[in-house]
Design a protein around this ligand. Structure first.
Ligand code: RP5
Length: 169
């Protein structure tokens, strides 16, 4: 099981925390170590750049970056690090996240950001994608991922059984 802090999770504001906890919840449930920091591409650009530049030598293997509005945090981290960066666009603006989605996903060729969907489902998938990346070199995570998928399948089967029972009653 991963015990070191393999994931650096950053977000642009404390207001992003309730959504980004979907990602940390996944990492917790898989026993993956992480650090969580507030830093902003716009409000604390030097701090964000320094964190990104140091991320690999600090021992992290994946970066998750969540931000809303003109969301440049994931791109800024990707600009300063060759670690895989997963971007989570947040839907907290007057444009309901269309701004952060496009800011995060539309990276110029050469600097990739693996952008997941908006908000809670996106943050959850960011956590899972980080686990999947780490599973390349950690067999215990493969077994847990298999178990996670199996339990999702069982829930669907159970839901179908309930539907049949409701129809027959
Ligand atoms: C972004 O601006 C942050 O990621 C946050 O989603 C958004 C609004 O921040 P606050 O004004 O709530 O601090 O940089």
């Amino acid at each position: 099981m991963e015990s070191v802090k393999s994931v650096l999770m950053v977000m642009g504001s404390p207001s992003d925390l309730p959504i980004m906890q979907e990602a940390s919840g996944i990492l917790d449930s898989f026993g993956v170590g992480y650090d969580m920091k507030i830093t902003s591409a716009h409000r604390t650009p030097d701090m964000a750049a320094k964190m990104a530049k140091n991320a690999r030598k600090d021992g992290y293997r994946v970066i998750i970056a969540g931000a809303g509005f003109a969301a440049h945090l994931a791109g800024a981290f990707a600009a300063h690090s060759t670690l895989p960066v997963i971007g989570v666009p947040l839907a907290n603006s007057a444009l309901s996240g269309m701004d952060s989605l496009l800011s995060t996903v539309q990276m110029p060729g050469g600097i990739p950001v693996a952008t997941v969907g908006l908000d809670k489902a996106g943050a959850k998938n960011a956590g899972l994608l980080a686990v999947q990346i780490l599973s390349i070199s950690d067999d215990s995570l493969i077994a847990q991922l298999d178990e996670y998928r199996k339990s999702m399948q069982e829930k669907v089967h159970e839901a179908n059984e309930k539907l049949v029972l409701q129809r027959d009653s």
